[in-house]
Write a protein that binds this ligand. Structure first.
Ligand code: ASP
Length: 579
């Protein structure tokens, strides 16, 4: 007898009369004194088994022993359920199997949680992930993840990309995080870094004439874990030779649209909107705005130049947003707290009530022309930020996101995908001097290669970010393929020639041996899938994730290592380290 003829969720009334064998897990068992009902479950659904002692005393005896999550194999005839027993909520709800033989294939100890239990503590779910994986939520998430990856692979294949495997163990790659280090037994005292991304290898593929590379690449970054961040994660990583910005964007858009199609969801319209970095910063106060709603930041710097309100009069920049609601004092106090979290000292506001009356502690300082300039409709609130431009953007950007969520402004709106372009190539480093905004391999806009190395403020990079409903899905750029330009970037970052050669000598040599123009992108796959699945964090779409502390509750990793194992690798742990 084979394990099964078909899956549990496949049986329909057209199967009535068939003798079938099914196998799966006992989802529930109901003992009706005599008749025993078992819902047998596999990854496709459930089928009701009926065990009648009059039909088979042996089967009845076995069924009394069955407990939740035992693995069973059962054989019997498919019959119609009595009309009152039809379950319209179950695809198999019109039929059941009258069991002739049943066998316990595998038993289960008592469960740490029931599969139909909601709100199970997450650490417990991860500790017993094999049970959690049996639940619909995880089954659906992993299947959706697979469908997305398959659609992406198809898209890449159709567009001439080839999947090239690149090493995980490499030299440090500058993606802005700490490296995970791998000691090397054969060379004690030396370490590999786990790749933060395949960035340099994919560029070398381009120099190597690969033309179009992609990979669903695992990347490792030693950063604090968050809802959308794990130590290790996957990205769709791609690179194209002889590419312009638009070539890269088009491929990524195709991959997104194919993913939507694959999961039966209405895809976003192509081309996605393209916005410039200075523009989004001014209008939304962030480089990853949620464009499902408006509530754009407006400028009032000129209008308030000679204001009677000193805070406005003396500020470099005064901006505001108009929320579509007349807030109460309590609500305004809460919003002030939010503004403070984003660095504001306080929150100036004008509340316009239903009748158009303005209520505000600062109204008396403002001229009628100023008040009129804010053009707030009845039943709205004008919220201000004043100060330097970056600070104002941060505060109003933070308030806009907060209000968008609190007021449900995005509800029912179409998905909003867009690109942000025209980023600066450098930014001021927190350690003084200048550093890259994306990574040091991003090319400047053509014609801007002669930037001032001491003050590289005006040079823009050919860098682009992809945003979905306010989430950054990934970034990429056209890369530098001219070794001189690459060296200028390193110099501008304050890197000596020796340091540049010792860290990136291989890249500089490759760029000097016939490098084609090239560019690419990387999209965080787990985040993309989590958003697709409507899950709040990426752990819900990863089979075996880690908890926020970075530990794996399932295996207990990470663990200390015996001193002799460490010694073999040339490692000694410092005394006094927390264990
Ligand atoms: N390597 C970059 C990253 O991982 C993406 C890219 O520029 O292609 O973020």
């Amino acid at each position: 007898m084979s394990w099964r003829d078909l899956y549990c969720g496949e049986l329909r009334s057209s199967d009535i009369g068939r003798l079938v064998t099914v196998a799966g897990w006992a989802d529930t068992r109901r003992d009706h004194g005599g008749l025993v009902f078992i819902d047998l479950r596999d990854h496709t659904g459930k089928i009701q088994l009926v065990i009648n002692p009059e039909r088979s005393a042996e089967a009845a005896a076995v069924s009394h022993e069955v407990r939740n999550e035992f693995v069973l194999r059962a054989q019997g005839h498919v019959v119609a359920r009595a009309p009152e027993a039809v379950n319209p909520n179950l695809p198999t709800g019109e039929v059941e199997i009258q069991v002739e033989n049943i066998e316990i294939v595998s038993r289960s100890t008592p469960l740490p949680f029931q599969l139909d239990e909601e709100h199970v503590d997450e650490t417990l779910r991860l500790r017993y992930r094999w049970l959690d994986l049996r639940r619909d939520r995880m089954q659906n998430a992993l299947r959706l993840s697979h469908a997305v990856v398959a659609a992406i692979r198809r898209t890449m294949d159709e567009r001439g990309f080839i999947d090239v495997w690149t090493p995980s163990m490499t030299r440090g790659t500058p993606e802005g995080a700490r490296d995970f280090l791998v000691p090397v037994r054969l060379q004690p005292g030396k370490f590999f870094a786990l790749a933060q991304s395949p960035q340099l290898f994919k560029q070398l593929c381009m120099v190597g004439g690969i033309d179009r590379y992609y990979q669903i690449a695992t990347c490792w970054r030693d950063e604090d874990l968050r809802a959308d961040r794990q130590f290790e994660f996957r990205q769709l990583d791609l690179e194209l030779a002889f590419a312009e910005v638009e070539d890269v964007l088009a491929v990524m858009e195709d991959a997104i649209v194919a993913s939507f199609d694959a999961v039966g969801r209405e895809p976003p319209r192509q081309p996605f909107e393209r916005l410039s970095y200075p523009d989004v910063m001014r209008r939304f106060g962030t480089d990853k705005p949620d464009l499902r709603y408006g509530m754009e930041i407006q400028d009032a710097t000129e209008v308030t130049r000679g204001s009677g309100f000193g805070v406005f009069a003396g500020a470099d920049c005064v901006r505001y947003l108009v929320a579509p609601q007349a807030f109460t004092r309590t609500e305004l106090a809460r919003l002030e707290e939010v503004a403070k979290e984003w660095g504001a000292k306080g929150l100036a506001y004008l509340v316009v009530d239903e009748s158009g009356e303005v209520r505000s502690p600062i109204a008396k300082f403002l001229s009628p022309a100023e008040v009129a300039a804010f053009a707030a409709r009845p039943a709205s609130t004008v919220l201000f930020a004043a100060g330097d431009e970056a600070g104002v953007a941060r505060v109003l950007g933070g308030l806009r996101v907060h209000l968008g969520r609190e007021l449900g402004l995005a509800e029912g709106a179409r998905d909003a995908f867009h690109w942000v372009l025209d980023f600066p190539l450098f930014e001021e480093s927190e350690y003084g001097g200048w550093t890259f905004l994306h990574h040091p391999f991003t090319a400047p806009v053509a014609g801007q290669e002669g930037w001032d190395e001491e003050l590289p403020v005006d040079v823009r990079g050919q860098h682009y970010d992809l945003i979905w409903n306010g989430w950054e899905l990934g970034s990429g750029s056209i890369r530098i393929h001219d070794v001189e330009v690459q060296q200028r970037v390193f110099r501008t970052m304050g890197m000596s020639e020796d340091e540049a050669h010792s860290k990136f000598g291989f890249l500089l040599e490759a760029l000097a041996m016939g490098a084609p123009p090239h560019g690419g992108f990387a999209m965080g796959l787990d985040r993309f899938v989590a958003l697709m699945a409507g899950e709040p964090d990426i752990r819900q779409v990863i089979a075996f994730p880690k908890v926020a502390s970075g530990a794996d509750p399932l295996t207990g990793a990470p663990t200390p290592m015996p001193a002799d194992v460490l010694a073999e690798q040339g490692i000694q742990t410092l005394p006094g380290l927390p264990r």
